[in-house]
Write a protein that binds this ligand. Sequence first.
Ligand SMILES: Cc1cc2nc3c(=O)[nH]c(=O)nc-3n(C[C@H](O)[C@H](O)[C@H](O)COP(=O)(O)OP(=O)(O)OC[C@H]3O[C@@H](n4cnc5c(N)ncnc54)[C@H](O)[C@@H]3O)c2cc1C
Length: 375
Amino acid sequence: MKRIVIAGSGFGGLAAARALRERAPKETEILLVSPRPELLYYPGLIWIPTGLRSPSDLRVPLESFFQRHRIRHIPGTVTGVEEKGRILVTDKGRHENDALLIATGSASVRKLPGIEHSRSICQGIEDAVAIRERIESLETGTIALGFAGNPNEPSAVRGGPVFELLFGLDTWLRKTGRRGKISLTFFSPAAEPGNRLGPKAVKNLLADMARRNIPTHLGAKLSSFSAEGVTTEAESFPADLIIFTPGLRGPDWVAGTDLPKSPGGFIKAEKTCQVSGFPGTYVAGDCGAYPGPDWMPKQGHSADLQAETAAHNICEYLEGRPGTREFRVELVCVVDSLDSGTLVYRTPTRNILLKSSLFHNAKSFFERRYLARYR
Ligand SMILES: Cc1cc2nc3c(=O)[nH]c(=O)nc-3n(C[C@H](O)[C@H](O)[C@H](O)COP(=O)(O)OP(=O)(O)OC[C@H]3O[C@@H](n4cnc5c(N)ncnc54)[C@H](O)[C@@H]3O)c2cc1C
């Protein structure tokens, strides 16, 4: 009987678990290691500050999913791999395997002086709730929202949720009659923030900010944050609340292993999702660095596509055949603004951008449908 071990119960780990249970021989043992039997649905965090979601909407307990799919969940935290991946080392024990899928997500670069004066909408529930509470108590003042990349790995950036929160807050503050007393401002060291969504998207996002009366501070390296505001190499501007998403980097546990690493500390993989030089060991989602165009996104949709590819190739590998399927490079997202949304679609040959009030509801509908499979 073969044993497949999965690390992580986020988008990548769970999509791989489903695909493996469908494809692998019935008797295959599937173990999944993660700190808790729970999925955190990150895309819904943008709606916590405006009250559209509560923390319990976004935390999905997975006991029933694991039972239905005959997956053994092992609570624990991965600390390393040995023997080219055939042993996964955790804080609670070592797990031998015939194939390994790593999907433990990314970490963030938190080096900026004064970063403790900011909150991130991408950090998790605690920060999202703290942002909500701070905005609720703010009678007048300025909220500055921004994001930055990882200088060692320019593709390791997460800007989408920051645009969504910015536009969502603008809509919500207007609806609740508070926008006149609370200013919003946007900052980024990039001169063209959001350029991975495509050139049309950058123009569109900046035009939306101008239309909503949101001043921008672009193209200057960030120097520091303080209780008073933001300082860049070009200027300082005041902020009563700084909401900042730093660049992404590889998970801490990867650093001490002999897994191949990209400059940003992500696990280097092939287009087949196999970890380079580690047969039988695969990676999916944010913790991997994959060959592809420089705009290749780190997003849930990609994690799902990579996980399905990895699952297919793992089954081939376990049958003694080379797994040669390659994952599809595709960016699909809706940049939500609470009352409307912009759909962005990008492949190596196409880049489409569509605006409609229907996309806000479509994003909500997608969330319900996506989470239903794990409930
Ligand atoms: C605010 C926000 C909004 C977003 N909006 C969208 C969107 O609209 N569309 C979209 O496609 N994407 C969106 N994304 C991106 C998307 O959420 C991520 O790309 C996706 O979660 C990546 O999946 P993953 O499986 O690689 O990692 P994660 O979802 O981060 O899951 C990692 C898993 O590994 C576990 N883990 C971590 N460390 C260890 C360890 N050492 N040992 C064992 N387990 C470990 C974690 O507990 C978790 O279960 C958004 C992200 C954020 C933050």
